[in-house]
Design a protein around this ligand. Sequence first.
Ligand code: SF4
Ligand code: SF4
Length: 369
Amino acid sequence: MPSAETLAEARRSLEICNACRYCEGFCAVFPAMERRRAFSDGELEYLAHLCHNCRGCYFACQYAPPHPFNLTLPRVFAELRLEGVAERARPPALRRLFARNGLAAALGLAGAIAVVFLLTALFAGPEALFGVHPVRPGSYYEVIPHALLAWPVGLVAVAALVAIGLGLVDFWRGCGTALHTPLRATGAALAALGDVLTLRNLGGGGHGCNDIDEAFSTTRRRLHHFLFYGFLLGILATTLAWIESLLGHPTPYPFFSAPVLAGTASGAAMLIGAGGMLWLHLAADPAPSAPGQLAPDLAMLGLLAAAAASGLLLLALRATSAMGTMLAIHLGCVLALFALAPYSRLAHGLYRAAALWRNALEARAGKGR
Ligand code: SF4
Ligand code: SF4
């Protein structure tokens, strides 16, 4: 659960908004807010995840600072999301490390894992690590054994999914009473899936979001699309490679093969998305942002960009003596990405999908009307 101070500030802000209602056409948060007269802790978190941080209600608000009400809804919601996701994530030691200094934790973890792989590869002799390996099936495993390459990534990915899943169940229970019949739940899930796949809410009704300042722009939505679909293509590439290996064709594969084409498109899209989002975060007016939000966001975007760039470099350099080193660095980035996912903006993506589903259910049930 987020801290009592953050919850109290969110409750105070929403009570003012619920009386004002000037922003009711801005996003899904305001209609969901208007269905309620009071806000439980779980409902506050639900509304926070429904917010896509367009910052429109900050630049439009007559009660924003320097008004004595000091209302900054996007910042309060960002703090709620940050604290809620992190508090549910396990283990707490990694959570504390990431909260204290996200960038150092992310890069340090990726570097440490890469060094472990490099040292392991050195056991097979310097020739295995620094030699030139012809690009042929199984040549990656001459540097790092298959079991060491596949198992840690698989186990850390499953552990991250379980950690996020347990948090999501807890979050869903806190949202309120069940509202669904199976038919209504399916219809609402399809509506939420449509919202997720099109990132419709980031369009702000066509004019976009206040990405940097009062001016409207659709840049953030486009960059999110690059990042989101790049990530999905990465999952597709990994799945295709896994199927190939089950059929007895170990990695690496020719450039014009399905796993490599999907992986290359994924790396390029994620690099554009993560790089652009890094720039947006640094250029944006910090007033409506949570003070503790920038460091973990930069860390996760930096790690996504590093994973994408190291994957592309591995492809480009796989016929050279740098292949072993690039393979270790890429694995380090990917493992660190999965290990830190439960504490980061990546987990928020799944919480947001759950909030959109909940919102579609409420709208169909006509809750509170
Ligand atoms: S953010 Fe400000 S203007 Fe918008 S509904 Fe709330 S109080 Fe009113
Ligand atoms: S920041 Fe945007 S999405 Fe979030 S509550 Fe305000 S208007 Fe809605």
